[in-house]
Design a protein around this ligand. Structure first.
Ligand SMILES: Nc1nc2c(ncn2[C@@H]2O[C@H](COP(=O)(O)OP(=O)(O)OP(=O)(O)O)[C@@H](O)[C@H]2O)c(=O)[nH]1
Ligand SMILES: [Mg+2]
Length: 451
């Protein structure tokens, strides 16, 4: 508690040079700092031109001051924003002066943490700010904005209310032990618990989409040398990132590119062709290719349609269990069209047939990738979410299932009441109402400085 009585400051604009640089200050000393620094107490919420002066009265910079008195500010405390010029040195001078006047450097995410502690935002919304800043695609940015506006939180609150009314009911029943069993049995309580579980599952589906938009997926391209892995990376990313030659064994390092497949950020890794080799550099490339597989969400196994020896099957064993695999047949432009048609027909959509050279089949590949990660066809209305939220929703659903079983099998009202309590607690962790302080600190410490 004592910590929140101090005043914090940070450079809120990114490091480097720019037209503007912003220093943000929050806490009880803001009015005093403002007067000492600029000689004025600016009118609330008005842009005011002022000189920022050092301890000797010399001008460090001049710019706009914005004053937001508590509680009507982002953090809920007095906030001052100094908008000066965006050079690292001038901003450092300004920061040193503000610190000299009694503020201290803010920790990463500390402004958002104060906003949360002062009930300006819940935890989902605070996280959404960080996600908006970090978003890797247009769809991810829109989804983060929706979470920030409270779309996700509202659904969590609705579930919490549903559980509250169930708890009130069950707890009232166990207060009258003589009638408890009949009362609960007649009330269809199990069905209502099941319904609540369904609602948690629905939210879980939405949250999984949201996590996908936020974190994206890791896609590793593997195959025999010369199958066209690097050509596919270039075709998907729309630029010549990787060297392509007709010589097998061209790629050695793992090459990474971020692309956007219909709004999902996809981190693509192109790897060395897998084969036995006596070349130590290529062997290291093959070792790295195998390592990359372990961290992938999807492996694209590329086969060469023009090479009758390349059947791909012998590489299946390279793919770790639990990692999704899509087999892609490349270079179909080299096949006779009639043969190609027959082959595709016989294949019954087991593999995706493409030409990295002409771009044929790439749309099918993108669709298959989306389908494999369970992405829905449209991202409208989706909100951003994190693994932490998914874990909490899963736990909540698990407690509801346990509560349902306790009631159905043993007519155990006490057990049901306890499971309902735990289910509700798990939901409370999402919005931050029931999260221990150390976890809160950990979440905010991953935010950027000045946010
Ligand atoms: N006709 C045709 N040629 C292709 C296609 N894709 C790749 N190639 C050619 O195949 C050769 C190998 O392509 P790369 O993309 O370097 O293959 P790679 O799998 O990355 O090879 P390594 O890095 O050596 O393992 C090059 O000559 C490409 O031009 C395709 O779809 N059609
Ligand atoms: Mg290559």
């Amino acid at each position: 508690m004592t910590e929140r009585t101090d005043t914090i400051c940070a450079i809120a604009t990114p490091p480097g040079t720019g037209g503007l640089g912003i220093v943000r200050i929050s806490g009880p000393d803001v009015p005093a700092i403002s007067v000492a620094l600029t000689g004025i107490q600016p009118a609330p919420r008005r842009a005011t031109l002022a000189d920022f002066r050092d301890v000797h009265g010399e001008v460090i910079d001049s710019g706009i001051v914005l004053y937001f008195p508590a509680p009507h500010s982002f953090t809920g405390e007095h906030v001052l924003e100094l908008q000066g010029h965006g050079g690292m040195h001038v901003l450092q001078l300004l920061m040193r002066r503000v610190i000299g006047l009694g503020a201290r450097s803010a920790r990463p995410g500390e402004f958002s943490e104060r906003a949360f502690l002062n009930d300006k935002l819940d935890l989902v919304q605070a996280e959404a700010i960080a996600d908006l800043i970090d978003s890797g695609s247009d769809a991810a940015a829109r989804a983060a904005q929706r979470s920030l506006q409270g779309v996700f939180s509202a659904q969590v609150h609705q579930l919490q209310e549903e559980l509250t009314s169930l708890r009130v009911f069950v707890e009232a029943a166990i207060d009258f032990p003589d009638e408890e069993i009949d009362f609960l049995a007649e009330s269809d309580i199990s069905q209502r618990v099941r319904q609540a579980e369904n609602h948690v599952q629905e939210l879980l589906t939405g949250a999984r989409q949201g996590r996908l938009l936020r974190d994206g997926i890791v896609l590793a391209i593997i195959g025999r040398p010369n199958a066209g892995k690097s050509s596919l990376l270039n075709a998907l990313s729309g630029q010549e990132s990787a060297i392509v030659t007709e010589f097998p064994g061209t790629t050695r390092d793992v090459l990474r590119e971020q692309i956007d497949i219909d709004g999902i950020p996809v981190h693509v890794a192109d790897t060395a062709g897998i084969r036995e080799t006596s070349d130590p550099i290529e062997a290291e490339g093959v070792r790295r290719a195998r390592l990359t597989l372990g961290s992938a969400d999807i492996v694209l196994l590329i086969r060469d349609a023009s090479d009758s020896r390349d059947r791909g099957e012998d590489l299946h064993t390279e793919v770790p269990a639990g990692v999704a695999m899509i087999t892609v047949v490349n270079k179909i432009d080299l096949l006779n069209p009639q043969k190609l048609r027959q082959a595709i027909e016989q294949d019954k959509q087991a593999q995706i047939w493409i030409s990295a050279k002409t771009g044929q089949g790439l749309d099918d590949l993108r669709k298959r990738i989306r389908k494999t990660v369970g992405a829905s066809d449209h991202t409208e209305g989706s909100f951003s979410a994190r693994q932490r939220h998914i874990d909490a929703l899963r736990r909540s659903a698990g407690h509801l299932v346990a509560g349902f079983n306790a009631m159905e099998e043993f007519q155990a009202g006490e057990l049901l009441a306890e499971e309902l309590r735990l289910a509700q607690q798990a939901l409370g962790e999402i919005t931050g109402e029931m999260l221990p302080d150390d976890l809160l600190g950990e979440i905010f410490s991953n935010f950027c400085i000045g946010k």
